[in-house]
Design a binder for this molecule. Structure first.
Ligand SMILES: *[C@@H]1O[C@H](CO)[C@@H](O)[C@H](O)[C@H]1NC(C)=O
Ligand SMILES: *[C@@H]1O[C@H](CO)[C@@H](O)[C@H](O)[C@H]1NC(C)=O
Ligand SMILES: *[C@@H]1O[C@H](CO)[C@@H](O)[C@H](O)[C@H]1NC(C)=O
Length: 121
């Protein structure tokens, strides 16, 4: 009895770990989370970037921000229901005064919908 339930428990735990890793991978692929938002940091830029899906094509948008403050955190949250976007830095970034982001869809026909937030001090 003990052995069986222990085995079942182990299978359950392994399944949970797999699921967590898979979910984490999905979330990672869609959202871009860099740096920490600390007390005293101000929000330098906040914008929603939306583009409708186009049949047979992938959509992409660039967000290029330049300011006078030291960037301490960058957030790009994929707001699409199926989390079909990807976001990465193409220039600048943390501890610089500018950042260029590329936002793209990973699946043909999907819309692009991101909330981008840039913090600095
Ligand atoms: C999400 O994916 C499901 C299954 O592939 C699809 O039926 C649905 O239309 C998608 N929703 C959006 C908003 O793209
Ligand atoms: C934004 O920056 C990228 C390089 O990272 C550049 O290719 C693109 O032309 C820039 N777009 C605008 C509107 O400045
Ligand atoms: C930007 O902030 C980081 C972290 O606080 C600091 O190490 C760095 O020196 C700062 N850079 C500038 C140009 O102020």
């Amino acid at each position: 009895m003990k052995l069986v339930s222990g085995y079942k428990m182990a299978k359950y735990v392994i399944a949970c770990v797999f699921l967590a890793v898979a979910l984490f991978g999905l979330i990672q692929a869609s959202d871009l989370i860099l740096g920490n938002v600390n007390a005293g940091d101000r929000i330098l830029n906040s914008q929603v970037v939306f583009a409708p899906g186009i049949p047979g094509g992938l959509v992409s948008r660039a967000v290029n921000y330049t300011g006078i403050y030291n960037i301490t955190a960058i957030r790009a949250y994929d707001r699409t229901f199926n989390r079909t976007g990807q976001a990465h830095i193409t220039g600048g970034g943390l501890y610089q005064r500018y950042v260029n982001l590329a936002l793209q869809t990973r699946f043909i026909g999907s819309p692009l919908d991101y909330l981008v937030e840039i913090y600095g001090r």
